[in-house]
Write a protein that binds this ligand. Structure first.
Ligand code: COD
Ligand code: ATP
Length: 206
């Protein structure tokens, strides 16, 4: 022990719908970086016996059941009305913040950690990270990927896009952009190279 207290370098990973956040987060995980997955936390807290069910049921009567939140039905409701979306976010986002703080505490000895936060720029997440990585692919590739998902329509896709900061602005505000318009292998190599660079930066910071 040298008495120097160090903190992990916190990477914030974000990108618009279908750009490849989850896929790239898995690549960071394989490269040995602990990953906090905001979306997975939300799903768990909205799932069977999830801690947010009482608050969500109170705010959106009939939106929950034994399986947890009926996400498709709740999504149809809140994505159609900004005030309702804000009401849901006011329930969900503070709970995600608490989970993130606990994750940070549990991983305080790691040199690097990654927060996968879909709405990093749209919310306040960007102020809580040391470095921002944006995943990005050409708009046509993004569109094709998202429209291939079951339950997705062109209308729904366009609408969700309109709720998110445009890709070009995300890229402009990124410290690093990971291109997900190429093969998975090329993207994984880019992630591995970035992890090496950031590990070096974390060591120099310590
Ligand atoms: C409304 C819900 C139940 C719909 O769930 P569903 O499984 O149908 O969709 P999913 O979560 O996969 O989202 C689909 C797309 O919409 C985007 N999206 C989700 N929430 C939001 C939001 N508040 N604002 C803008 N885009 C959003 C996602 O990033 C994704 O690209 C769910 O998205 C939700 O609880 N959203 C509010 C919490 C939130 O902000 N989550 C995202 C960051 S943690
Ligand atoms: N080079 C690549 N990098 C990342 N993803 C790729 C690449 N090539 C193809 N894909 C595919 O693109 C899709 C990206 O979906 P993914 O769920 O990772 O996106 P997301 O940004 O997390 O989506 P959402 O915002 O809707 O949660 C996956 O099916 C993945 O296999």
């Amino acid at each position: 022990m040298n008495g120097i207290v160090t903190k992990p370098l916190i990477i914030g990973l974000t990108g618009s719908i279908g750009m490849g956040k989850s896929t790239v987060a898995d690549m960071f995980d394989r490269a040995g970086v602990p990953v906090f997955d905001a979306d997975a936390e939300v799903r768990a807290m909205q799932g069977p016996d999830g801690e947010l069910l009482p608050a969500i049921e109170a705010a959106f009567p009939g939106s929950t059941g034994p399986e947890g939140v009926n996400r498709e039905a709740l999504g149809a409701q809140v994505f159609a009305d900004k005030a309702l979306l804000a009401k849901l976010e006011a329930i969900v986002h503070p709970a995600v913040g608490a989970k993130r703080a606990a994750f940070l505490e549990a991983n305080e000895d790691a040199p690097l950690i990654l927060f996968d936060i879909p709405l990093l720029f749209e919310g306040s997440g960007h102020s809580q990270v040391d470095c921002i990585v944006v995943v990005s692919a050409p708009a046509a590739v993004q569109r094709e990927r998202v429209l291939a998902r079951s339950g997705m329509t062109a209308e729904k896709f366009e609408h969700i896009l309109s709720l998110q900061l445009p890709d070009a602005e995300k890229r402009a505000r990124a410290d690093h952009v990971i291109d997900t318009g190429t093969s998975l292998e090329e993207t994984e190599s880019a992630v591995q190279a970035l992890v090496e660079t950031l590990r070096q930066a974390a060591i120099n910071k310590a």
